[in-house]
Ligand binder design. Structure first.
Ligand code: GLV
Ligand code: MG
Length: 317
């Protein structure tokens, strides 16, 4: 079955320490924003950032966007206070918490139980706030299946910068290929995350591309994870948003073809269509597996707001 969920083609990072950027982000066409209390915020600015984030969630206009907050990781002394202040202050206006540097499922379970406590105490619906688990160290990747299975997890998010540091990768170019390596050094990591995510019906989100002025480079990196099946990517700058929205939606021709496959297969497997299991659509033989593939493309296209153009791409025969 196609993994569905909130649209997350573009997930915009917004530093919680910047009131200006918290304001500007509201008018940008990102599917998701995550208001950051972690690595984009200096240690001395953490407390102010919590207040800014609560105010922005309550007073801002985030219509049409998924609203997330990234808290600090569980090796710091900040995490519990981040969660308590944000949920007590703005729980009804918060959709998800992003938990960074998850090493194993106990980190997610801690957050699940803490959110449950807060929701009960505040009279909020229990379980509504989702969790996004960042996979960005060796331990997190080794334990990724159990992390994906943990309660409330909506997405697994690759964190290339921390991951590269964690495994001592010899490059400073985050999100880009490494010329000395004859292949894609991130293929295994991305595929591993994707398999864990799909096993548990979660979304898989690619991490940031730090060269923010190189939008073409961003697009190339995004196309690699989109080709594997990733649902979206973090964006660090407004200039990356349109590219992400485009790359993680199917193109129009693929979308039209997917809808045509669903129509043709639906018709031919029905009693009226002769209960046939495999049928020609144009030059291609389609069967039940084709229907499943078409469902994925059609679901992503519909979620991205695509509508069919023209007639069916290839008449059933
Ligand atoms: C994101 O958090 C990263 O470490 O790349
Ligand atoms: Mg990180």
């Amino acid at each position: 079955m196609a993994t569905v969920g909130r649209p997350r083609r573009s997930c915009l990072a917004v530093p919680g320490s910047s009131v200006k950027m918290l304001g500007k982000a509201q008018g940008l066409p990102a599917d998701q924003v995550f208001l950051d209390l972690e690595d984009a915020v200096a240690p001395l600015a953490k407390a102010d950032a919590r207040r800014n984030v609560v105010a922005a969630l309550n007073e801002g206009d985030w219509a049409g966007k998924t609203r997330a907050v990234r808290v600090n990781d569980l090796t710091t002394g900040w995490t519990y206070r981040d969660v308590i202040d944000v949920v007590e202050g703005a729980g009804p206006n918060l959709d998800c918490v992003v938990l960074p540097k998850v090493r194993d499922a106990s980190h997610v379970r801690w957050l699940d139980l803490t959110l449950t406590q807060l929701e009960r105490a505040l009279g909020l619906p229990v379980g509504r706030i989702g969790i996004e688990a960042q996979i960005e160290n060796a331990a997190g990747l080794v334990n990724v299946d159990a992390i994906a299975a943990a309660p409330r997890v909506e997405t697994l998010v690759f964190g290339p910068a921390d991951f590269m540091a964690s495994i001592n990768m010899r490059s400073l170019a985050v999100g880009a290929l490494i010329p000395d390596y004859p292949g894609d050094p991130f293929h295994y990591v991305l595929m591993r995350i994707l398999l864990a995510a799909r096993t548990h019906d979660r979304q898989a989100i690619d991490g940031p591309f730090l060269q923010i002025r190189d939008v073409d480079g961003f697009r190339v990196a995004a196309r690699r994870s989109a080709a594997l099946g990733f649902d979206g990517k973090w964006v660090l700058h407004p200039g990356q948003i349109e590219a992400a929205n485009e790359v993680y939606a199917p193109d129009q021709a693929d979308y039209d073809r997917a809808e045509a496959i669903l129509d043709a297969y639906g018709h031919h497997t029905s009693a009226a269509g002769g209960r046939v299991g495999a049928v020609m659509l144009g030059d291609e033989m389609i069967d039940e597996a084709s229907r499943k593939m078409a469902l994925v493309i059609a679901a992503k296209g519909r979620a991205a707001g695509l509508t069919r153009t023209g007639g069916p791409a290839g008449a059933p025969s």
